[in-house]
Design a protein around this ligand. Structure first.
Ligand code: SAM
Ligand code: SF4
Length: 324
């Protein structure tokens, strides 16, 4: 079992399969893919297979495939299948902006996808376009309905609220889950290397949203030991739930249960760390013992907390680099 010096256990791997994206979200990649890596340089299927098998031997049970936008990879269905067929992996999840859902969601589910997170920052097509740079809201909403019928174990929606953009949609977004069995999670805008000014103008504290929910009779749900970073709320009149992800809250890092690997095969111990540790050289079937040893060594270097409160974002210029 992978454990760090603080005793935190890591059974969850977030695997970024590309840093390229077709959207230009204003808080993430406002200028597009300028300094992303080329598709050819991303981890291959063989490398992914070795990597996932080694993590699984070290106790990883859940893989989340993320990006950039993972669905720009033509072999995404194969990646899902490889992860799912790896002994020890119990759950395969995907985070996507949803633009390819209508075409592919069923083949992803058939390949073994268990859980899906879709990012939707606005339900107003014009606002959606001004945030993401694309007029695709309609297809994405259709894709979500298909995902809900596809046999997935869980579908979640991620939204980032920004003061100068979609904050006014808070109530509409909450109301959207009245008859939908999904968890809608508001992710507090995080500062990254590239978005400092934007962050200062647009950051909305999760505490502010929490007060709105409590006033509206939303009830916090007891957290399980293995729960992720979201605090979830339920309401007797709503089919869906609301989650709050508050990276600036006290003790956020105490329950950290995840490690990250970039599309270039670097292990990142924290989303906001200073460096990644390259594992790529050992992502081969014949080097699995060494890979295992290296992962063990690197994990002991994990710091107990990020330094976001001090405005220190590490080497992370934007979250498309690592997948959030
Ligand atoms: N492209 C996919 C998507 O958008 O779902 C996966 C990658 S994206 C980096 C993963 C999540 O990170 C998305 O839900 C996105 O909204 C969130 N995200 C990106 N930049 C962020 C930031 N600066 N602060 C908070 N969340 C951010
Ligand atoms: Fe792309 Fe996701 Fe970043 Fe938006 S948040 S630019 S969809 S990687």
């Amino acid at each position: 079992m992978l454990q760090d010096q603080q005793g935190r256990e890591f059974r969850y791997l977030r695997l970024s399969v590309t840093d390229i994206c077709n959207f230009r979200c204003n808080y993430c990649l406002p200028d597009g893919n300028q300094d992303c890596h080329s598709l050819e340089s991303h981890l291959s299927l063989e490398e992914i297979s070795s990597l996932v098998a080694t993590f699984a031997r070290l106790g990883t049970q859940k893989i989340r495939i993320t990006g950039g936008e993972p669905s720009i990879r033509r072999d995404l269905t194969d990646i899902i299948r490889i992860c799912k067929q790896t002994p020890g992996i119990q759950s395969v999840a995907l985070t996507t902006n949803g633009y390819k859902l209508p075409k592919f969601v069923q083949s992803w589910v058939d390949a073994g996808l268990d859980r899906l997170n879709i990012s939707v920052d606005s339900l107003d097509p014009r606002m959606f376009q001004s945030i993401t740079g694309h007029d695709r809201l309609e297809e994405i909403l259709q894709g979500i309905d298909l995902a809900l019928q596809s046999g997935l174990e869980k579908v979640k929606i991620n939204s980032v609220l920004m003061r100068e953009y979609n904050l006014g949609e808070f109530s509409q977004l909450v109301h959207w889950v009245k008859n939908k069995s999904v968890t809608l999670r508001f992710i507090e805008l995080m500062q990254t290397g590239d978005n400092e000014k934007f962050f200062r103008r647009n950051h909305v504290s999760g505490e502010e949203l929490k007060q709105f929910l409590l006033q509206d009779n939303w009830i916090p749900v007891a957290r399980s030991k293995t729960a992720g970073p979201a605090i979830e709320y339920m309401h007797p009149d709503f089919a869906g739930r609301i989650g709050l992800i508050m990276p600036y809250s006290k003790d956020f890092c105490k329950s950290c249960n995840r490690l990250r690997v970039s599309s270039q095969g670097k292990l990142h111990l924290c989303l906001f760390g200073e460096e990644g540790f390259s594992l790529r050289h050992w992502c081969r079937p014949e080097a699995q013992e060494l890979l295992q040893q290296k992962i063990y060594e690197f994990v002991t270097l994990k710091k107990d907390s990020h330094f976001l409160h001090a405005g220190k974002t590490g080497a992370t210029r934007h979250l498309a680099m690592l997948g959030g």
